[in-house]
Design a protein around this ligand. Structure first.
Ligand code: NAD
Length: 511
Protein backbone atom coordinates (compact mmCIF):
# COMPACT_ATOMS: atom_id res chain seq x y z
CA UNK A 1 0.00 0.00 0.00
CA UNK A 2 1.36 3.42 -0.88
CA UNK A 3 1.11 6.54 1.16
CA UNK A 4 2.30 10.07 0.49
CA UNK A 5 5.57 11.19 1.99
CA UNK A 6 4.99 12.87 5.32
CA UNK A 7 7.27 14.46 7.83
CA UNK A 8 7.05 13.14 11.32
CA UNK A 9 8.96 14.59 14.22
CA UNK A 10 9.68 12.29 17.13
CA UNK A 11 6.95 12.18 19.71
CA UNK A 12 7.52 14.55 22.61
CA UNK A 13 4.51 13.29 24.49
CA UNK A 14 6.23 10.94 26.86
CA UNK A 15 9.64 10.52 28.35
CA UNK A 16 11.01 7.03 27.78
CA UNK A 17 9.39 4.60 30.12
CA UNK A 18 11.59 3.12 32.84
CA UNK A 19 13.17 -0.22 32.04
CA UNK A 20 11.38 -3.15 33.66
CA UNK A 21 12.99 -5.06 36.45
CA UNK A 22 13.47 -8.78 36.12
CA UNK A 23 10.15 -10.60 36.42
CA UNK A 24 8.46 -7.35 35.63
CA UNK A 25 4.81 -7.74 36.52
CA UNK A 26 3.18 -4.53 35.39
CA UNK A 27 4.01 -2.43 38.43
CA UNK A 28 2.60 1.00 38.91
CA UNK A 29 5.29 3.14 37.30
CA UNK A 30 5.63 6.78 38.18
CA UNK A 31 7.89 9.39 36.68
CA UNK A 32 10.02 11.17 39.23
CA UNK A 33 10.12 14.40 37.26
CA UNK A 34 6.69 14.88 35.75
CA UNK A 35 3.12 14.25 36.69
CA UNK A 36 2.49 11.31 34.46
CA UNK A 37 2.45 7.71 35.42
CA UNK A 38 1.67 4.43 33.75
CA UNK A 39 -1.49 2.96 35.23
CA UNK A 40 -1.68 -0.27 33.38
CA UNK A 41 0.50 -2.15 30.91
CA UNK A 42 -0.89 -4.68 28.49
CA UNK A 43 1.61 -7.02 27.01
CA UNK A 44 1.47 -7.20 23.28
CA UNK A 45 1.96 -10.96 23.23
CA UNK A 46 2.27 -13.68 25.75
CA UNK A 47 6.03 -13.80 25.38
CA UNK A 48 7.98 -13.41 28.60
CA UNK A 49 10.36 -10.86 27.05
CA UNK A 50 7.88 -8.90 25.01
CA UNK A 51 8.87 -5.26 24.88
CA UNK A 52 6.15 -3.48 22.97
CA UNK A 53 3.30 -2.71 25.28
CA UNK A 54 0.07 -0.87 25.07
CA UNK A 55 -0.44 1.12 28.20
CA UNK A 56 -2.67 3.56 29.98
CA UNK A 57 -1.09 6.78 31.14
CA UNK A 58 -2.48 9.18 33.65
CA UNK A 59 -1.44 12.82 33.33
CA UNK A 60 -2.96 15.43 35.62
CA UNK A 61 -5.88 13.17 36.39
CA UNK A 62 -6.65 12.39 32.71
CA UNK A 63 -6.14 8.92 31.29
CA UNK A 64 -4.67 8.28 27.81
CA UNK A 65 -4.28 5.02 25.94
CA UNK A 66 -0.77 4.80 24.56
CA UNK A 67 0.68 2.49 21.99
CA UNK A 68 3.92 1.93 20.12
CA UNK A 69 3.79 5.33 18.38
CA UNK A 70 4.16 7.00 21.76
CA UNK A 71 7.53 5.46 22.42
CA UNK A 72 6.84 2.60 24.73
CA UNK A 73 9.87 0.37 24.52
CA UNK A 74 10.28 -1.02 27.98
CA UNK A 75 13.65 -2.64 27.35
CA UNK A 76 16.42 -2.21 24.75
CA UNK A 77 15.54 -3.22 21.20
CA UNK A 78 17.22 -6.42 20.06
CA UNK A 79 18.88 -5.51 16.78
CA UNK A 80 20.77 -7.66 14.28
CA UNK A 81 22.92 -5.96 11.65
CA UNK A 82 24.03 -8.30 8.86
CA UNK A 83 27.14 -7.06 7.07
CA UNK A 84 29.79 -5.32 9.14
CA UNK A 85 31.45 -3.05 6.58
CA UNK A 86 31.58 0.75 6.41
CA UNK A 87 27.82 1.03 6.77
CA UNK A 88 26.97 -1.94 9.02
CA UNK A 89 29.69 -1.22 11.54
CA UNK A 90 28.81 2.46 11.86
CA UNK A 91 25.11 1.63 12.07
CA UNK A 92 25.64 -1.05 14.71
CA UNK A 93 27.95 1.07 16.86
CA UNK A 94 25.68 4.13 16.71
CA UNK A 95 22.53 2.14 17.53
CA UNK A 96 24.33 0.53 20.48
CA UNK A 97 25.44 3.99 21.61
CA UNK A 98 21.78 4.95 22.07
CA UNK A 99 21.16 1.97 24.34
CA UNK A 100 20.01 -0.76 21.98
CA UNK A 101 21.27 -4.31 22.18
CA UNK A 102 23.06 -4.78 18.86
CA UNK A 103 24.67 -7.82 17.26
CA UNK A 104 26.76 -7.23 14.15
CA UNK A 105 27.16 -10.33 12.00
CA UNK A 106 29.44 -10.95 9.04
CA UNK A 107 30.63 -13.90 6.98
CA UNK A 108 34.20 -12.64 7.24
CA UNK A 109 35.46 -14.53 10.31
CA UNK A 110 38.77 -12.68 10.43
CA UNK A 111 37.00 -9.32 10.46
CA UNK A 112 34.71 -10.44 13.28
CA UNK A 113 37.60 -11.87 15.25
CA UNK A 114 39.48 -8.57 15.05
CA UNK A 115 36.39 -6.59 15.97
CA UNK A 116 35.89 -8.60 19.14
CA UNK A 117 39.35 -7.32 20.11
CA UNK A 118 38.30 -3.75 19.22
CA UNK A 119 40.55 -3.81 16.13
CA UNK A 120 38.73 -1.97 13.37
CA UNK A 121 39.03 -3.29 9.81
CA UNK A 122 38.43 0.21 8.42
CA UNK A 123 39.59 3.72 9.20
CA UNK A 124 36.68 5.95 10.20
CA UNK A 125 37.19 8.86 12.62
CA UNK A 126 35.50 8.32 16.01
CA UNK A 127 34.36 4.78 15.26
CA UNK A 128 37.05 3.02 17.31
CA UNK A 129 35.91 4.80 20.48
CA UNK A 130 32.25 3.92 19.87
CA UNK A 131 33.01 0.26 19.20
CA UNK A 132 35.23 -0.14 22.26
CA UNK A 133 32.81 1.74 24.51
CA UNK A 134 29.74 -0.22 23.50
CA UNK A 135 31.49 -3.56 23.44
CA UNK A 136 32.65 -2.76 26.95
CA UNK A 137 29.06 -2.04 27.98
CA UNK A 138 27.97 -5.32 26.35
CA UNK A 139 25.51 -3.52 24.11
CA UNK A 140 27.50 -4.38 20.98
CA UNK A 141 28.46 -7.95 20.02
CA UNK A 142 30.20 -9.32 16.94
CA UNK A 143 29.53 -12.76 15.53
CA UNK A 144 29.59 -14.99 12.47
CA UNK A 145 26.66 -16.90 13.95
CA UNK A 146 23.62 -15.29 12.36
CA UNK A 147 21.35 -18.07 13.61
CA UNK A 148 21.73 -17.29 17.32
CA UNK A 149 21.57 -13.53 16.77
CA UNK A 150 18.46 -13.86 14.56
CA UNK A 151 16.65 -15.93 17.16
CA UNK A 152 16.43 -12.99 19.54
CA UNK A 153 16.20 -10.20 16.94
CA UNK A 154 13.24 -7.85 16.71
CA UNK A 155 14.84 -5.62 14.10
CA UNK A 156 17.17 -6.86 11.34
CA UNK A 157 19.21 -4.53 9.13
CA UNK A 158 20.63 -5.90 5.88
CA UNK A 159 23.83 -3.89 5.36
CA UNK A 160 25.81 -6.16 3.03
CA UNK A 161 27.53 -5.02 -0.15
CA UNK A 162 25.70 -4.50 -3.45
CA UNK A 163 28.57 -4.47 -5.97
CA UNK A 164 27.92 -3.81 -9.65
CA UNK A 165 27.18 -6.85 -11.78
CA UNK A 166 28.67 -7.18 -15.26
CA UNK A 167 25.76 -5.32 -16.82
CA UNK A 168 25.97 -2.48 -14.26
CA UNK A 169 22.98 -3.69 -12.25
CA UNK A 170 23.27 -3.91 -8.47
CA UNK A 171 24.22 -7.46 -7.53
CA UNK A 172 21.64 -8.47 -4.92
CA UNK A 173 23.06 -11.90 -4.14
CA UNK A 174 24.46 -10.86 -0.76
CA UNK A 175 21.26 -9.07 0.24
CA UNK A 176 19.05 -12.02 -0.60
CA UNK A 177 21.46 -14.53 0.96
CA UNK A 178 21.56 -12.50 4.18
CA UNK A 179 17.75 -12.25 4.21
CA UNK A 180 17.43 -16.00 3.73
CA UNK A 181 19.87 -16.85 6.51
CA UNK A 182 18.13 -14.56 8.97
CA UNK A 183 14.65 -15.68 7.90
CA UNK A 184 15.30 -19.28 8.85
CA UNK A 185 16.04 -18.40 12.47
CA UNK A 186 13.73 -15.48 13.31
CA UNK A 187 11.54 -16.32 16.28
CA UNK A 188 9.66 -13.07 16.87
CA UNK A 189 7.69 -10.59 14.84
CA UNK A 190 10.50 -8.74 13.07
CA UNK A 191 11.11 -5.55 11.14
CA UNK A 192 13.56 -6.34 8.32
CA UNK A 193 15.23 -3.30 6.79
CA UNK A 194 17.29 -2.99 3.63
CA UNK A 195 20.07 -0.60 4.58
CA UNK A 196 22.18 -1.50 1.57
CA UNK A 197 21.68 0.64 -1.51
CA UNK A 198 19.28 -1.43 -3.59
CA UNK A 199 17.20 -0.77 -6.71
CA UNK A 200 13.46 -0.30 -6.67
CA UNK A 201 11.75 -3.65 -6.26
CA UNK A 202 14.36 -5.17 -3.96
CA UNK A 203 12.13 -4.98 -0.87
CA UNK A 204 9.62 -7.21 -2.68
CA UNK A 205 12.37 -9.71 -3.46
CA UNK A 206 13.46 -9.67 0.19
CA UNK A 207 9.83 -10.14 1.24
CA UNK A 208 9.51 -13.13 -1.10
CA UNK A 209 12.60 -14.74 0.45
CA UNK A 210 11.27 -14.12 3.95
CA UNK A 211 7.85 -15.50 3.05
CA UNK A 212 9.52 -18.68 1.87
CA UNK A 213 11.75 -19.25 4.89
CA UNK A 214 10.26 -17.39 7.82
CA UNK A 215 7.67 -18.70 10.30
CA UNK A 216 6.93 -15.45 12.14
CA UNK A 217 5.30 -12.21 10.99
CA UNK A 218 7.72 -9.78 9.35
CA UNK A 219 7.67 -6.23 7.97
CA UNK A 220 10.09 -5.35 5.16
CA UNK A 221 11.21 -1.71 5.02
CA UNK A 222 13.69 0.41 3.13
CA UNK A 223 16.02 2.74 5.02
CA UNK A 224 18.71 4.03 2.65
CA UNK A 225 21.89 5.29 4.27
CA UNK A 226 23.33 8.71 3.41
CA UNK A 227 26.47 8.70 5.56
CA UNK A 228 29.73 9.90 4.01
CA UNK A 229 32.86 7.88 4.62
CA UNK A 230 35.23 10.02 6.67
CA UNK A 231 32.29 11.67 8.48
CA UNK A 232 30.23 8.53 8.92
CA UNK A 233 29.74 8.60 12.69
CA UNK A 234 28.81 12.27 12.71
CA UNK A 235 26.47 11.79 9.73
CA UNK A 236 24.73 8.87 11.39
CA UNK A 237 24.44 10.54 14.78
CA UNK A 238 23.20 13.82 13.31
CA UNK A 239 21.59 13.04 9.95
CA UNK A 240 20.08 15.76 7.74
CA UNK A 241 17.09 13.46 7.43
CA UNK A 242 16.13 9.84 7.89
CA UNK A 243 14.31 8.27 4.94
CA UNK A 244 12.04 5.36 5.81
CA UNK A 245 10.05 3.37 3.30
CA UNK A 246 7.45 1.52 5.36
CA UNK A 247 4.17 -0.13 4.57
CA UNK A 248 2.87 -1.10 8.01
CA UNK A 249 2.02 0.89 11.11
CA UNK A 250 3.98 -1.56 13.22
CA UNK A 251 7.21 -0.96 11.26
CA UNK A 252 6.56 2.75 11.23
CA UNK A 253 6.27 2.93 15.01
CA UNK A 254 9.27 0.70 15.67
CA UNK A 255 11.52 2.70 13.34
CA UNK A 256 10.22 6.06 14.57
CA UNK A 257 11.25 5.06 18.05
CA UNK A 258 14.58 3.62 16.98
CA UNK A 259 15.56 6.82 15.17
CA UNK A 260 14.09 9.30 17.66
CA UNK A 261 17.41 9.87 19.50
CA UNK A 262 19.10 10.86 16.23
CA UNK A 263 16.61 13.55 15.21
CA UNK A 264 16.16 15.38 18.49
CA UNK A 265 17.23 18.70 16.96
CA UNK A 266 14.20 18.61 14.70
CA UNK A 267 15.69 17.02 11.59
CA UNK A 268 12.91 15.14 9.82
CA UNK A 269 12.10 11.49 9.57
CA UNK A 270 10.58 11.19 6.12
CA UNK A 271 8.15 8.32 5.87
CA UNK A 272 7.24 7.26 2.38
CA UNK A 273 6.39 4.24 0.28
CA UNK A 274 9.17 1.70 -0.20
CA UNK A 275 9.76 2.30 -3.92
CA UNK A 276 10.29 6.02 -3.31
CA UNK A 277 12.71 5.36 -0.46
CA UNK A 278 14.73 2.99 -2.64
CA UNK A 279 14.78 5.52 -5.48
CA UNK A 280 15.71 8.42 -3.16
CA UNK A 281 19.15 6.97 -2.51
CA UNK A 282 19.98 6.62 -6.20
CA UNK A 283 18.59 10.06 -6.99
CA UNK A 284 20.74 11.60 -4.22
CA UNK A 285 23.95 9.96 -5.41
CA UNK A 286 23.25 10.66 -9.08
CA UNK A 287 22.58 14.32 -8.24
CA UNK A 288 25.86 14.64 -6.29
CA UNK A 289 27.80 12.86 -9.04
CA UNK A 290 26.20 15.22 -11.56
CA UNK A 291 27.41 18.27 -9.65
CA UNK A 292 30.96 16.92 -9.63
CA UNK A 293 31.02 16.00 -13.32
CA UNK A 294 29.40 19.32 -14.21
CA UNK A 295 32.09 21.25 -12.34
CA UNK A 296 34.83 19.15 -13.90
CA UNK A 297 33.55 20.12 -17.34
CA UNK A 298 33.26 23.78 -16.34
CA UNK A 299 36.86 23.58 -15.07
CA UNK A 300 38.07 22.30 -18.43
CA UNK A 301 36.29 25.11 -20.19
CA UNK A 302 37.73 27.63 -17.69
CA UNK A 303 41.22 26.51 -18.68
CA UNK A 304 40.49 27.05 -22.35
CA UNK A 305 38.92 30.48 -22.00
CA UNK A 306 41.26 31.82 -19.30
CA UNK A 307 38.77 31.81 -16.41
CA UNK A 308 39.48 30.55 -12.91
CA UNK A 309 37.20 27.76 -11.69
CA UNK A 310 37.80 28.76 -8.05
CA UNK A 311 36.11 32.08 -8.72
CA UNK A 312 33.35 30.51 -10.76
CA UNK A 313 32.70 27.99 -7.98
CA UNK A 314 32.38 30.73 -5.38
CA UNK A 315 30.23 32.74 -7.77
CA UNK A 316 27.68 30.00 -8.29
CA UNK A 317 27.96 28.35 -4.86
CA UNK A 318 26.75 31.48 -3.11
CA UNK A 319 23.48 31.28 -5.06
CA UNK A 320 21.01 29.84 -2.53
CA UNK A 321 19.42 27.77 -5.30
CA UNK A 322 22.76 26.05 -5.97
CA UNK A 323 24.68 26.01 -2.68
CA UNK A 324 28.42 25.48 -2.17
CA UNK A 325 28.72 21.70 -1.63
CA UNK A 326 30.06 19.23 -4.19
CA UNK A 327 31.30 21.92 -6.57
CA UNK A 328 35.02 21.19 -6.33
CA UNK A 329 36.63 20.02 -9.55
CA UNK A 330 39.07 17.13 -9.23
CA UNK A 331 40.38 13.93 -10.79
CA UNK A 332 36.89 12.40 -11.05
CA UNK A 333 34.62 10.95 -8.41
CA UNK A 334 35.33 7.51 -6.97
CA UNK A 335 34.41 5.50 -3.91
CA UNK A 336 32.14 2.58 -3.33
CA UNK A 337 28.92 4.46 -4.05
CA UNK A 338 28.77 7.07 -6.82
CA UNK A 339 30.23 4.97 -9.65
CA UNK A 340 28.21 1.85 -8.89
CA UNK A 341 25.00 3.69 -8.02
CA UNK A 342 25.13 5.77 -11.22
CA UNK A 343 25.62 2.51 -13.15
CA UNK A 344 22.76 0.82 -11.32
CA UNK A 345 20.43 3.76 -11.94
CA UNK A 346 21.24 3.65 -15.64
CA UNK A 347 20.57 -0.08 -15.63
CA UNK A 348 17.15 0.43 -14.03
CA UNK A 349 16.39 3.13 -16.60
CA UNK A 350 17.33 0.79 -19.45
CA UNK A 351 15.14 -1.96 -18.02
CA UNK A 352 12.20 0.43 -18.03
CA UNK A 353 13.03 2.03 -21.39
CA UNK A 354 13.46 5.44 -19.82
CA UNK A 355 16.14 7.62 -21.42
CA UNK A 356 18.55 9.14 -18.88
CA UNK A 357 20.86 11.21 -21.04
CA UNK A 358 22.04 13.44 -18.20
CA UNK A 359 23.08 10.56 -15.97
CA UNK A 360 24.78 8.74 -18.85
CA UNK A 361 26.78 11.89 -19.62
CA UNK A 362 27.76 12.18 -15.95
CA UNK A 363 29.27 8.72 -16.10
CA UNK A 364 31.20 9.25 -19.31
CA UNK A 365 32.43 12.68 -18.18
CA UNK A 366 33.76 11.02 -15.04
CA UNK A 367 35.49 8.23 -16.96
CA UNK A 368 37.25 10.89 -19.02
CA UNK A 369 38.15 12.95 -15.96
CA UNK A 370 39.82 9.99 -14.30
CA UNK A 371 42.43 9.96 -17.10
CA UNK A 372 43.24 13.67 -16.73
CA UNK A 373 46.13 13.45 -14.24
CA UNK A 374 47.86 10.80 -16.31
CA UNK A 375 47.46 12.87 -19.48
CA UNK A 376 48.94 15.92 -17.76
CA UNK A 377 51.94 13.93 -16.58
CA UNK A 378 52.39 12.33 -19.96
CA UNK A 379 52.28 15.71 -21.70
CA UNK A 380 54.76 17.16 -19.20
CA UNK A 381 57.26 14.45 -20.20
CA UNK A 382 56.64 14.69 -23.94
CA UNK A 383 54.58 11.48 -23.99
CA UNK A 384 57.52 9.38 -22.69
CA UNK A 385 57.06 8.15 -19.15
CA UNK A 386 59.36 5.09 -19.27
CA UNK A 387 61.74 5.30 -16.36
CA UNK A 388 60.13 8.46 -15.02
CA UNK A 389 59.77 8.40 -11.25
CA UNK A 390 56.44 9.71 -9.96
CA UNK A 391 55.52 10.34 -6.33
CA UNK A 392 51.79 9.94 -5.72
CA UNK A 393 50.32 11.64 -2.66
CA UNK A 394 46.99 10.16 -1.63
CA UNK A 395 45.47 6.79 -2.54
CA UNK A 396 42.01 6.74 -0.98
CA UNK A 397 39.15 8.14 -3.06
CA UNK A 398 38.82 11.01 -0.60
CA UNK A 399 40.43 12.08 2.68
CA UNK A 400 39.56 10.64 6.11
CA UNK A 401 38.94 7.15 4.77
CA UNK A 402 41.06 4.17 3.77
CA UNK A 403 38.55 3.14 1.10
CA UNK A 404 40.27 2.60 -2.24
CA UNK A 405 37.26 1.46 -4.19
CA UNK A 406 37.15 3.21 -7.61
CA UNK A 407 39.72 5.72 -6.39
CA UNK A 408 41.09 7.96 -9.18
CA UNK A 409 44.56 7.34 -7.68
CA UNK A 410 44.31 3.68 -8.72
CA UNK A 411 43.47 4.61 -12.32
CA UNK A 412 46.43 7.00 -12.36
CA UNK A 413 48.88 4.47 -10.92
CA UNK A 414 47.81 1.68 -13.30
CA UNK A 415 48.25 4.03 -16.27
CA UNK A 416 51.67 5.17 -15.04
CA UNK A 417 52.82 1.57 -14.60
CA UNK A 418 51.56 0.63 -18.07
CA UNK A 419 53.54 3.54 -19.48
CA UNK A 420 56.71 2.30 -17.78
CA UNK A 421 56.89 4.88 -14.98
CA UNK A 422 58.05 4.06 -11.46
CA UNK A 423 55.63 4.96 -8.67
CA UNK A 424 56.28 5.72 -5.01
CA UNK A 425 53.08 6.35 -3.08
CA UNK A 426 52.07 7.75 0.26
CA UNK A 427 48.72 7.84 2.03
CA UNK A 428 48.15 8.52 5.73
CA UNK A 429 45.85 5.51 6.22
CA UNK A 430 45.18 3.58 2.99
CA UNK A 431 48.63 2.05 2.37
CA UNK A 432 47.91 -1.34 3.99
CA UNK A 433 44.94 -1.85 1.61
CA UNK A 434 46.99 -0.57 -1.34
CA UNK A 435 49.82 -2.98 -0.57
CA UNK A 436 47.36 -5.86 -0.98
CA UNK A 437 46.35 -4.43 -4.35
CA UNK A 438 49.71 -3.47 -5.86
CA UNK A 439 52.12 -5.75 -4.00
CA UNK A 440 55.66 -4.78 -5.02
CA UNK A 441 54.62 -3.16 -8.30
CA UNK A 442 54.94 0.20 -6.56
CA UNK A 443 56.90 1.44 -3.55
CA UNK A 444 55.25 2.75 -0.41
CA UNK A 445 56.86 5.56 1.55
CA UNK A 446 56.40 6.07 5.30
CA UNK A 447 55.98 9.84 4.90
CA UNK A 448 54.90 12.06 2.03
CA UNK A 449 58.38 13.61 1.93
CA UNK A 450 60.02 10.17 1.68
CA UNK A 451 57.91 9.50 -1.40
CA UNK A 452 59.59 12.46 -3.12
CA UNK A 453 63.16 11.21 -2.95
CA UNK A 454 64.49 11.31 -6.52
CA UNK A 455 61.01 11.86 -8.03
CA UNK A 456 60.75 13.60 -11.39
CA UNK A 457 57.13 14.49 -10.69
CA UNK A 458 54.63 14.76 -7.87
CA UNK A 459 50.95 13.88 -8.44
CA UNK A 460 48.42 14.78 -5.75
CA UNK A 461 45.35 12.55 -5.96
CA UNK A 462 43.68 12.97 -2.55
CA UNK A 463 43.22 16.19 -0.56
CA UNK A 464 44.39 14.97 2.83
CA UNK A 465 44.80 17.89 5.23
CA UNK A 466 48.46 17.10 5.84
CA UNK A 467 49.20 17.83 2.17
CA UNK A 468 47.65 21.30 2.28
CA UNK A 469 50.50 23.27 3.84
CA UNK A 470 53.67 21.30 3.15
CA UNK A 471 57.26 22.48 3.35
CA UNK A 472 57.66 23.53 -0.28
CA UNK A 473 61.42 23.96 0.01
CA UNK A 474 61.71 20.41 1.33
CA UNK A 475 59.63 19.20 -1.61
CA UNK A 476 61.90 21.01 -4.05
CA UNK A 477 65.05 19.70 -2.44
CA UNK A 478 63.85 16.09 -2.36
CA UNK A 479 62.67 15.96 -5.97
CA UNK A 480 64.91 15.46 -8.96
CA UNK A 481 62.38 17.08 -11.29
CA UNK A 482 60.00 20.02 -10.86
CA UNK A 483 56.67 18.79 -12.26
CA UNK A 484 53.68 18.94 -9.88
CA UNK A 485 50.26 17.75 -11.09
CA UNK A 486 47.77 18.78 -8.44
CA UNK A 487 44.45 17.00 -8.93
CA UNK A 488 42.91 18.78 -5.93
CA UNK A 489 43.91 22.44 -6.45
CA UNK A 490 45.66 22.54 -3.08
CA UNK A 491 48.24 25.23 -3.86
CA UNK A 492 48.39 28.70 -5.36
CA UNK A 493 49.71 28.57 -8.93
CA UNK A 494 51.68 31.83 -8.61
CA UNK A 495 53.52 30.59 -5.52
CA UNK A 496 54.35 27.25 -7.12
CA UNK A 497 55.69 28.87 -10.25
CA UNK A 498 57.73 31.35 -8.20
CA UNK A 499 59.25 28.35 -6.40
CA UNK A 500 60.35 26.96 -9.75
CA UNK A 501 57.78 24.19 -10.15
CA UNK A 502 55.99 23.37 -13.36
CA UNK A 503 52.57 23.36 -11.75
CA UNK A 504 49.36 21.96 -13.24
CA UNK A 505 46.07 22.24 -11.39
CA UNK A 506 42.48 21.91 -12.60
CA UNK A 507 40.53 24.76 -14.16
CA UNK A 508 42.86 27.57 -13.06
CA UNK A 509 45.07 29.83 -15.18
CA UNK A 510 48.73 28.77 -15.36
CA UNK A 511 49.50 32.41 -14.32
P1 NAD B 1 31.39 -3.30 2.63
O1 NAD B 1 31.86 -4.06 1.46
O2 NAD B 1 32.35 -2.43 3.37
O3 NAD B 1 30.75 -4.30 3.70
C1 NAD B 1 29.87 -5.31 3.36
C2 NAD B 1 30.05 -6.43 4.37
O4 NAD B 1 29.03 -7.41 4.16
C3 NAD B 1 31.38 -7.17 4.26
O5 NAD B 1 32.04 -7.16 5.50
C4 NAD B 1 30.99 -8.60 3.84
O6 NAD B 1 31.86 -9.59 4.37
C5 NAD B 1 29.61 -8.69 4.43
N1 NAD B 1 28.74 -9.71 3.83
C6 NAD B 1 28.56 -10.01 2.53
N2 NAD B 1 27.65 -11.01 2.40
C7 NAD B 1 27.25 -11.34 3.65
C8 NAD B 1 26.32 -12.28 4.17
N3 NAD B 1 25.61 -13.06 3.37
N4 NAD B 1 26.16 -12.35 5.51
C9 NAD B 1 26.88 -11.56 6.33
N5 NAD B 1 27.76 -10.64 5.88
C10 NAD B 1 27.95 -10.53 4.56
O7 NAD B 1 30.15 -2.45 2.11
P2 NAD B 1 29.67 -1.02 2.62
O8 NAD B 1 30.53 0.05 2.06
O9 NAD B 1 29.44 -1.07 4.08
O10 NAD B 1 28.27 -0.91 1.87
C11 NAD B 1 27.17 -1.72 2.22
C12 NAD B 1 25.95 -1.21 1.47
O11 NAD B 1 25.66 0.13 1.90
C13 NAD B 1 26.13 -1.11 -0.03
O12 NAD B 1 24.91 -1.39 -0.66
C14 NAD B 1 26.50 0.34 -0.26
O13 NAD B 1 26.14 0.79 -1.54
C15 NAD B 1 25.66 1.02 0.79
N6 NAD B 1 26.20 2.31 1.23
C16 NAD B 1 27.53 2.46 1.41
C17 NAD B 1 28.01 3.69 1.85
C18 NAD B 1 29.49 3.90 2.03
O14 NAD B 1 29.88 5.07 2.17
N7 NAD B 1 30.31 2.88 2.06
C19 NAD B 1 27.13 4.74 2.13
C20 NAD B 1 25.76 4.52 1.97
C21 NAD B 1 25.32 3.30 1.52
Amino acid sequence: MRTDATTVKPSARLPLAPRPRKNFAFPFLTSRRSRWHIKEVFRRREEPKSWIALYKVETDGLEHDCGPADGVYLSPMQILVIGTGYVGLVLGACLAETGNDVTCADVDAEKIDRLTRNELPIFEPGLDRLVAHNQGKQRLTFTTDVATAAAKAEVVFLAVGTPPGEDGSADLRHVLAAAETAAKYLKRETVVITKSTVPVGTASKVAAVLAQHCRVPFHVCSNPEFLKEGDAVEDFMRPDRVVLGVESDYARSVLAELYAPFVRTGKPILFMDIASAEMTKYAANAMLATRISFMNEIAMLCESVGANVDNVRRGIGSDARIGPSFLFPGPGYGGSCFPKDVQALLHTAREHNVPMDVVRAVESANDRQKTLMFQRLSTAFGGHLEGVSVAVWGLSFKPQTDDLRESPALTLIESLLSAGARVTAHDPVAMPHAEKLFGNRITFAPTNYDALQGAHALAIATDWNEYRHPDFLRIRDAMTGRVVVDGRNLYQPAKMIALGFTYHSIGRPQV
